[in-house]
Design a protein around this ligand. Structure first.
Ligand code: FAD
Ligand code: NAP
Length: 427
């Protein structure tokens, strides 16, 4: 590749062109995956440009998670490449500690994302062999300008949780009380004394319900289908770590069986509290459908004691009320939709070969990190932060090799040109 260089500075004024040729890859998203990719590339000597729609790194963690959140896997499974967590961090770092770690990570690798730049579209131009990435930049106030980047490599790191899923439930608009998504829930403090319907029983729904209890609210949690609840630890050892160790020796179906036996020994029969287990085992379900098992950190105790009321699916809402599929009607004050998240890739990436309609790479882990024509995906493995790490390392190695090869070619051409000049000057 002819070396690429920056043509214009981004400090735009009226006369400056609104496009830039980027030297190296563009990374879309400054969450853990984007930061990990940028850091690994730097180690390979490859510069990159990180575009982030928010005004900070790790915006999911900084702006769209609740206060009591901690990592739910032990820290060794959540650290990014090339920088371990500080030794004094607990086994399960808090959200604040994780954010501080990510900030020190960005500083350590000198990663300076371009904030407030939302990628609107990206498409590969066959003729030139470059990606064209269009962004909208929000400047002071709410002024917006459009900008275009041109690059050889495009790394998609916008995350599995880019947009919140807002279900369309009959009558919700007539309900009248407060309705928020879990991404806007911070703490149960403001719900004290209120009857709150929590829709969804994934890790968010369970933990929001627990938090509401701890703040003297009365949560009812909707479980419309089934859910695997596992203890976070078994005999003082992380359940996740145990599963990872067993997977080294045993087939997945057997590990699933053993996990369910251990869960039954620790938690008892969860079905009697309305938490029906899926017929597929927890690890297989995660691998095939991406559905994460719940790692219990106290909600189950509150369900047993009746402080969290488990209810079946919703039929419809009416003013101040919800009707359930079993005909029961509940008076409620507020609704928290813990109904999950989705990828936003199809809304901006104009490509249909590597990414599927659901915004995930079509090829399952560990094959979904590299597409064609310099397209890569980091953080779409359904394996949380450890998946982001493995993607980032693979991507950086791959681009690093291409980068070194092209620089070698470039050097050869430069030396040849130099030699021609020298031999010409001898005449
Ligand atoms: C409540 C919650 C708790 C979690 N806890 C854990 C945990 O304990 N352990 C674990 O392994 N995983 C956990 N996860 C999963 C989580 O997805 C990962 O931890 C991690 O945040 C993934 O990093 P990412 O960079 O891939 O995605 P994100 O963190 O979502 O970062 C993507 C970034 O891309 C930006 N972006 C999106 N679209 C655009 C665009 N068009 N243009 C520019 N920028 C864009 C976003 O603003 C965001 O900053 C949790 C998720 C949630 C919701
Ligand atoms: N560190 C942590 O402790 C922590 C905390 C929170 C979240 N997370 C992670 O963040 C990711 C997202 O978790 P999440 O809990 O927000 O989402 P999720 O796992 O996708 O769960 C969404 C839940 O909402 C339910 N739901 C969706 N639409 C519904 C409707 N119309 N009516 C009733 N129920 C509905 C789903 O039920 P069905 O199953 O029937 O579809 C499911 O129970 C996961 O990877 C999770 O592990 C981690």
């Amino acid at each position: 590749m002819e070396n690429l260089f920056r043509l214009v500075d981004q400090d735009q004024d009226f006369f400056q062109p609104k496009w830039t040729l980027v030297n190296g890859p563009i990374i879309v998203g400054a969450g853990p995956s984007g930061l990990a990719a940028a850091a690994c590339l730097k180690e390979q000597g490859v510069p990159s440009v990180v575009l982030e729609r928010a005004d900070c790194i790790a915006s999911l963690w900084q702006k769209r998670t609740y206060d009591r959140l901690k990592l739910h896997l032990p820290k060794q499974f959540c650290q990014l490449p090339k920088l371990p967590f500080p030794e004094d961090y607990p086994e399960y770092p808090t959200k604040r500690q994780f954010i501080e770690y990510l900030e020190s990570y960005a500083k350590r690798f000198d990663i300076n994302p371009k904030f407030n730049e939302c990628v609107q579209s990206a498409r590969y131009d066959e003729t030139s062999g470059f990606w064209k990435v269009k962004t909208v930049v929000t400047t002071t106030g709410s002024n917006k300008t459009e900008f275009e980047y041109i690059c050889r490599w495009l790394i998609v790191a916008t995350g599995e949780n880019a947009e919140s899923v807002m279900p369309d439930i009959e009558g919700l608009s007539e309900f009248g009380g407060e309705v928020i998504h879990a991404c806007d829930y911070k703490s149960g403090e403001k719900f004290k004394g209120k009857k709150v319907l929590v829709v969804g029983c994934g890790n968010s729904g369970m933990e929001v319900s627990l938090d509401l209890c701890n703040h003297n609210a009365s949560p009812s949690m909707v479980v419309r289908s089934s859910v695997h609840v596992l203890p976070r630890e078994i005999l003082g050892k992380s359940t996740f770590e145990l599963a990872v160790s067993m997977m080294k020796w045993l087939p997945l179906w057997l590990v699933d069986k053993l996990m369910l036996i251990l869960a039954w020994l620790v938690l008892g029969n969860t079905e009697k509290y309305g938490l029906k287990r899926p017929s597929t085992g927890p690890l297989e379900l995660k691998n095939t459908k991406g559905k994460t098992p719940v790692l219990d950190i106290g909600a189950l105790e509150k369900i047993r004691s009746g402080d969290i009321h488990v209810v079946p699916g919703i039929k419809r809402f009416s003013r101040g009320q919800v009707e359930l599929v079993n005909g029961e009607k509940l008076d409620i004050d507020s609704v928290v939709l813990a109904t999950g998240y989705r990828s936003n890739v199809p809304s901006w990436l104009q490509e249909g070969e590597f990414f599927a309609k659901n915004g995930y790479p079509k090829a399952p882990f560990p094959h979904g990190w590299k597409g064609k024509a310099g397209l890569y995906a980091a953080g779409f493995t359904r394996r949380g932060l450890s998946g982001a790490t493995s993607d980032a390392m693979r991507i950086a190695q791959d681009i690093g090799n291409a980068w070194k090869e092209e620089n070698k070619q470039l050097k050869k051409r430069t030396i040849a040109r130099h030699r021609r000049c020298i031999s010409l000057s001898q005449f």
